[in-house]
Design a protein around this ligand. Sequence first.
Ligand code: HEM
Length: 461
Amino acid sequence: MSREDTPRCPVTGATAAQAPEPDGPTGLPLAWPVVGSTVLYAADPPGFVRRVQREHGTVVRLPIIPHNPTVQITDPEGIRRVLQGNADNYARGAYYKAFELFMGNGLLTLDDADWRAHRKVVNPAFTPGAVAARAEETDAAVADLVGRWAEHARAGRPFDLYAESMRLTCRVIGHALVGRDLSQEGEEFAEALSVALEAIFKEVGSLEKMVPSFVPTPYRRRVNRARRTLERVIARASRDADEGIGEVATLIRRSDLPADAFRSDLVTLMLAGVETTALALAWTLYETATHPEVRVRLEEEADRVLGGRLPGAADLDGLTYTGMAVDEALRMHPPVWQFPRQTIEDDVVAGRRVPADTPVLVSVYGAHYNPEQWEDPERYDPERFRPGGTPSRDRNAYVPFGGGRRQCIGKKTGLALLRQTVAAVHGRFRLTVTGGAPRSGAYITLFPKGGIEVTAEERRR
Ligand code: HEM
C-alpha cells in the first residue's frame, strides 16, 4: 500500500481537484453553527452521527471543531480508501494526539513507521496458538463467572451485566498482559480505565480546557486518581516482568523497544482491550436477553454442542449461532464507535475531495447503521451474519475492529472470549433485564449509562 501520486476516486475516477468537497450540515442552528452542532453532538454523539448521515450523506464535514472541520466517513468505499486503498496518506493525526494523555507513544498512537516494531514485538501473544495456550485460565474465569451468577440467581439478587463483564475481562486480559487477575485491584482499576477513556475524549473537545488547569475540579481529581492507579499497576507489572511474569509484559521487557514502550504499550492494551470486550459482552447479553426468539436458539445450540458442560476453546467452531449473535451485537453497539485519522495530502474519498491535513473520523457506528447497506438497521437480527449469507454487502460496511494493517490486534482474543462466555451463560441461565432499557453514553467507547441491571434464573445446576 502506498500513497498515490495523483489521488483519484476509485469509483468516479475524479482527481482531488475535480471532486466536490463534502457537504456539511445545514439544518443546524444558523447562528454559530459550530456551537450549535457541538451542543447537539455532545448531547447524543451517536444520534448526531446518524442524523448527519441521513441528512447529508456518507462523507460529511462535521463543524464540531472550529477552524478545522472534521470529515465523518460512513461509506464502505470511503472506509476502504482510508484504511487500505490509500492508507499511507493517513496519519494518526490530531485526535490520536489526545490519546497520548494516557497511552504515551505506543501501539495505538504511533504513526505507521514507528508502530511496526511495537506490533511485531507483542504479536506472538495474540496468535490463535497463544490464545489457545491461555485456555485453562480463560476456562477458569468463565467458570467463576457462572458460579457467581448461580449465587445471584439462587439469592434472587439483581446484578449489573457491565460490572460483571468488566470483572471477567480484567481477569482474562490482565492475565495475558501482566500475568495477573486485574479484577483483584478492586473497582479502582475498572474505574481507572473508564475515566481514562472519558478524559481522552474530553481532551479532544474543549469543554474541560475552559477551566484553568490549576483548578482541581472533581473531574480532574478523578482523572488524577485514574492515573495513579494505572501507574501503580504498571510499576508492579514492571517488577514482575523482570521475573518473566506476564506474557505481553515479558515480550516488551525483552525487546529492543524504547524504555517508555513498557508503560505506553501496556496501558494502551489495557485501555484498548479490557473495557471494549466487556462492553461487547454486556451489550450482546442485553440483546439476547430481550429477544426471546434469539435466546431460544442460543439455548438450543448450547444444549446440543455442550450437553450441559461449560464450553472450552475446542467448542467454539461449533457455536455458530452464538458467534452470529455476538457479531450482530457488535454491529448495533460497536464499543469503538469511531476512530480518527488525518490526511497528509489531498485525497478523494467516495467521490469527495478531502484536503490535506483534514482530521477524518471513520464512523463505525454510522457505517453499521448505513441504510444503504443494512435493511432495517434498528432491528437486532443475528441472521445477517449467517456464514455465506448476504454476499452483496460490502465488507467495509462492518468494521467493529477497524481494518487494514492497523486492524485490532485483540480481535481473535476478544471474539473467542465473547463466544465462549455467551455460550456458557445461555447454557446455564435465562436472563431478565430488570432495570429498563439502557441509554447509550459515548466517549471513546459506547457504553450503557448506569449499567444494565439483570436477574438470572438457572436453567440447570
Ligand atoms: C470487542 C472488543 C474490541 C473492539 C470492538 C476493538 C476495536 C478496535 C478498533 C476499532 C481498532 C482500530 C483503531 C484504529 O484503526 O485506529 C482497535 C485497535 C486496537 N485494539 Fe482493539 N478492540 C477490541 C478488543 C481488543 C483487545 C482484547 C485488545 C488487546 C488486549 C485490543 C487492543 C487493540 C490495540 C493495541 C489496537 C491498536 C492496533 C494497532 O494499531 O496496531 N483490542 N481495536
